[in-house]
Design a protein around this ligand. Sequence first.
Ligand SMILES: [Cu+2]
Length: 162
Amino acid sequence: MRGIAALCVGLPLVVGIIAVSSACSAEVRDFYIKTVHIDGTTSTKGDADHKAEPFPTAPMPEGGGLVLSKPDEAGKWRMRAFAFEPAQLVVKAGEPIRLHFVGIQGMSHSIHVKGEGVDERFTLTRGNMHTLELTPEKAGVIEIECYDHKPSMRGEIVVLAQ
Ligand SMILES: [Cu+2]
């Protein structure tokens, strides 16, 4: 991105206004991708506001992303799904972007960002931020996956043709 910024500064002197407006329209877009989990809680016994709900018998897929917690002594049980928020971004090829992964929920996430021009793995812990800068050059899909919370914690960057 620093290269692009330097190019934009230098171009007016070299190639004139028309070329500059094209090259310099590629401002970096910032995105904040948060680690979250969505919880649903209920009880096998119910209460004044909720009917009793039996604990499900069908298992969730393995991988750590979809977690059913068994009823406690009071009958309370929980369903949890880990996810990225947002889970989908749409950008144009040639557009520089900056992805800020922010650890909000979940202690730690083993994240892999892979696609055209990017293949980066990192661990993100709660309260920290990890930033990637990239400029996808071709139309396609860049995948974002957390290996600790499969299959639900995944996202994608859809890169449209210019
Ligand atoms: Cu995760």
